[in-house]
Structure formats: structure tokens, C-alpha cells
Design a protein around this ligand. Structure first.
Ligand SMILES: [Fe+2]
Length: 200
């Protein structure tokens, strides 16, 4: 995954609209009490040991362990809203995630090989105290991209096979949200990158 700079002022306005109208609504942040066990789990699920273990166990593409609120079908109109807003800027094949992480929220190692494709990941962090971590499919190096306060954007490719699947996880010590999507092609992803970076 590669972090890209969000420089297009109009796109920043759209992200702020998504933040105010959808992400920051109180109902998204009602969550059970935080325990020491939860905090421990959040570190464990993003560790190299956990990654190695889950590779042996196998998985469906989806995370086995997480502490987050993912929008289900009852909130699918939220995703539709976001998709409509973004579609003024670029063509999205599929919205794959709209997810809220409370303080100490996390998503354990997984690869999303079930929704493979060229993707865009937009993250909002209230204080920048979190990260996205992935394993390079070729070099096997584990790379951590720290969050920044506010919005950040990353692009990459989730592979659909054991050779190119992109293992990743995330955790946060402050409120965080993820909006993810895949494109029809690498070309459409590149167009979106230029638009976000303000280079077209
Ligand atoms: Fe994921």
C-alpha cells in the first residue's frame, strides 16, 4: 500500500462532509466498556505471531478478530451516500468498507482476498494515534503506516491468490474510521490518485 497526499480542495470538502454527516454521528460510537483484555487483544491481533498463526489456520479473507463497528445492511444507505458523493470524482466498482473504530479499536491480520482488486483506503483519525500495517506480498516485510490527525489516503492492490494477497491489520488509541473501495482497473485507480493528489 502506498500513502498518497490529499491536496484537492474540493475532495477535502467531500471528506469533511462524510465526516460531519456520517462518521461523527453519536450512534456510530456507542460501544461496550473497554477492558484490559480488549487492549491486550488489540496489540496481539496486530502482531507478527498472530499473522503467522492465522496463515497456518487459514481464513475467509475477513478478519477473525476485531473491535469496530462495520456498517451492515441496515446502514447501507450510508455507504450509498458516500459512494454517490465520491462518484462525482471517480468511478468506483464496489464500496468494500465503512467502518468505525472506537478508542482501542482494531482489526486483526486478514487479507480481503475475497474482494480482490485495485483499492483506495480513506482513513479518518481524531488524534492520529493509530496505524495501518501490512505485509509486502513479495518481500514479506511488515510495514506500518502511522495515522495522521484528520484524513489520509492509501492505494494498493488486494490480491486474490496466496501469492499476491495483501495481509493487513490496523489499531488505534483514538476514534478512527475507514472508508474503502475497489476500482474496475488499475487505470481507474490511477485517475483517482491524480484527482486526490490534485495532479489533474
Ligand atoms: Fe481489510
Amino acid at each position: 500500500m502506498e500513502e498518497i497526499e490529499i491536496r484537492n480542495e474540493n475532495f477535502i470538502d467531500v471528506l469533511d462532509w462524510i465526516l460531519t454527516k456520517i462518521i461523527l454521528r453519536d450512534k456510530n460510537w456507542k460501544c461496550p466498556e473497554i477492558t484490559d483484555l480488549l487492549i491486550e487483544s488489540s496489540h496481539k491481533a496486530c502482531s507478527e505471531e498472530y499473522l503467522n498463526q492465522i496463515k497456518i489456520e487459514g481464513h475467509s479473507g475477513l478478519p477473525k478478530d476485531s473491535y469496530s463497528k462495520t456498517m451492515g445492511t441496515t446502514h447501507s444507505w450510508d455507504q450509498s451516500y458516500v459512494r454517490t458523493k465520491l462518484s462525482f470524482y471517480f468511478k468506483v466498482k464496489k464500496m468494500t468498507l465503512l467502518c468505525f473504530y472506537p478508542k482501542y479499536g482494531f482489526v486483526g491480520w486478514h487479507s480481503n482476498y475475497d474482494v480482490d482488486g485495485y483499492n483506495l483506503l480513506l482513513n479518518w483519525s481524531e488524534e492520529g494515534k493509530g496505524f495501518f500495517r501490512f505485509q509486502d506480498p513479495k518481500s514479506k516485510e511488515i510495514i506500518t503506516i502511522p495515522d495522521k490527525k484528520g484524513w489520509t489516503a492509501k492505494i494498493g492492490k488486494f490480491g486474490g491468490t496466496a501469492e499476491d494477497e495483501l495481509w493487513h491489520c490496523a489499531r488505534t488509541d483514538c476514534r478512527r474510521a475507514s472508508v474503502a473501495m475497489i476500482f474496475n482497473s488499475k487505470e481507474e485507480q490511477t485517475l483517482a490518485k491524480h484527482l486526490i493528489c490534485g495532479t489533474i
